[in-house]
Design a protein around this ligand. Structure first.
Ligand code: PLP
Ligand code: COI
Length: 364
């Protein structure tokens, strides 16, 4: 009953799937994260028996004891990835191995049982295969996949759980931000920080997102789309947004993004864009960028473009940046050409329109 047994996922088909006509209507304009496919994956872990009882089964609610550890101490991690419809038929995942590795790293940071990477990948493949019909077509549309793991031991003692539940759910998605707007507006959080050195900033755990919500609410009150967090020590260095990494494009054609120092999420989109930018001959620096410098460079014109990137957000131009002491526009406030080229290069690979030179696609 160790890991290898769980790798054969038992399939229980949903006897009441959403009707084809209803699903097709839902796929026309999917709102991010509201509509789910017919199935989900669950795999259980206990310290004595390892990973076991892996199933692809009808999407359903869970029943949990009220003492379940995750409800009290937030021992929870998740991933975000997408499946894309291919022009020749079939579908593909994008760098699922990178998500599997990050999931394992997050588990280790949260003192949770690491899920074997092959099992993570197999679980995602199995869900996408059975729910293929839920992958929307069209540019920017995809099936968003959310693997996650919760501590399920029912005890109020403050300790790592001896039991876990790993699940995968999926939802058809379109654009993360409002359609029709060429760029987003950011709010610089000077009161709140997202992660401190030694904390969980480079793990994808629910607690990081809960801790960012007050800042996000402030951004919304200020009429902004997203928060940009500064480092927790000097309150000076740009780190990342609530759910995205950030890049800067300069007048000499070079691009820069904050380095992975443990307080930001090592984004898979970030990593892919660094590779694609270098393929285009652009110089890429992974170096700290100060908020005052950002304002100065935007005002002088040295900074031409800035963009946010992530699985959900894809590549999104940053137009305006506001804060208690800041208010500036990047470039002309719209979508910049380098941002557009990088976005197209990424989407062309993900949607199978160009050769996959880096071996990033996992075709199903
Ligand atoms: N930073 C944060 C805080 C995120 O939540 C995400 C999204 O997953 C990212 C960055 C981008 O990561 P990725 O490109 O792997 O989706
Ligand atoms: C993702 O891009 O996958 C994320 O998890 C970000 C979240 C804000 C939806």
């Amino acid at each position: 009953m160790r890991t290898s047994d769980a790798q054969t996922l038992i399939v229980e088909k949903n006897p009441n799937p959403v009707a084809d006509s209803e699903r097709d209507a839902l796929l026309l304009n999917p709102v991010f994260g509201r509509v789910f496919t017919d199935h989900m994956v669950t795999i259980e872990y206990s310290r004595e028996r390892g990973w076991q009882n892996g199933k692809v089964r009808p999407h359903a609610a869970l029943q949990l004891d009220l003492a379940t550890l995750v409800l009290h101490y937030a021992q929870e991690i998740f991933e975000g990835m997408k499946a894309y419809r291919l022009p020749e038929g079939g579908s593909t995942l994008f760098r699922p191995g990178a998500n599997a590795r990050r999931f394992r790293n997050s588990a280790e940071r949260l003192a949770m049982a690491p899920l074997p990477e092959e099992l993570f990948i197999e679980s995602v493949r199995a869900l996408v295969r059975i729910d293929q019909k839920w992958i929307p077509g069209g540019d920017g549309a995809a099936l968003y996949i959310r693997p996650f793991m919760i501590a399920t031991e029912a005890v109020l003692g403050m300790k790592p759980s001896a039991e876990y539940l790993y699940c995968v759910v999926a939802c058809p998605v379109g654009s993360y931000f409002k359609v029709g707007s060429p760029s987003v507006t950011l709010w610089i959080s000077d009161q709140y920080t997202r992660a401190a050195p030694g904390g969980t900033g480079d793990a994808k755990c629910g607690g990081n997102y809960a801790a960012s919500l007050a800042a996000q609410a402030e951004a919304t009150r200020e009429g902004c789309d997203q928060v940009v967090f500064l480092d927790a020590v000097e309150r000076r260095w740009v780190e990342e947004l609530g759910g995205m990494n950030v890049f800067f494009v300069f007048d000499d054609g070079s691009i820069q993004t904050p380095p992975l120092t443990g307080t930001i999420l090592p984004g898979i989109t970030r990593d892919s864009l660094i590779v694609l930018a270098r393929d285009m001959g652009l110089a890429v620096r992974e170096e700290p960028y100060a908020i005052d410098q950002w304002q100065e460079d935007a005002l002088s014109g040295r900074l031409r473009e800035a963009f946010a990137c992530g699985t959900a957000a894809v590549v999104t131009s940053i137009g305006n940046v506001k804060g208690r002491q800041y208010n500036f526009t990047v470039g002309d406030g719209g979508a910049g050409p380098v941002t557009g080229r990088l976005k197209d290069a990424l989407l062309d690979i993900q949607n199978g329109r160009v050769e996959d030179r880096h071996g990033w696609l996992d075709r199903l």
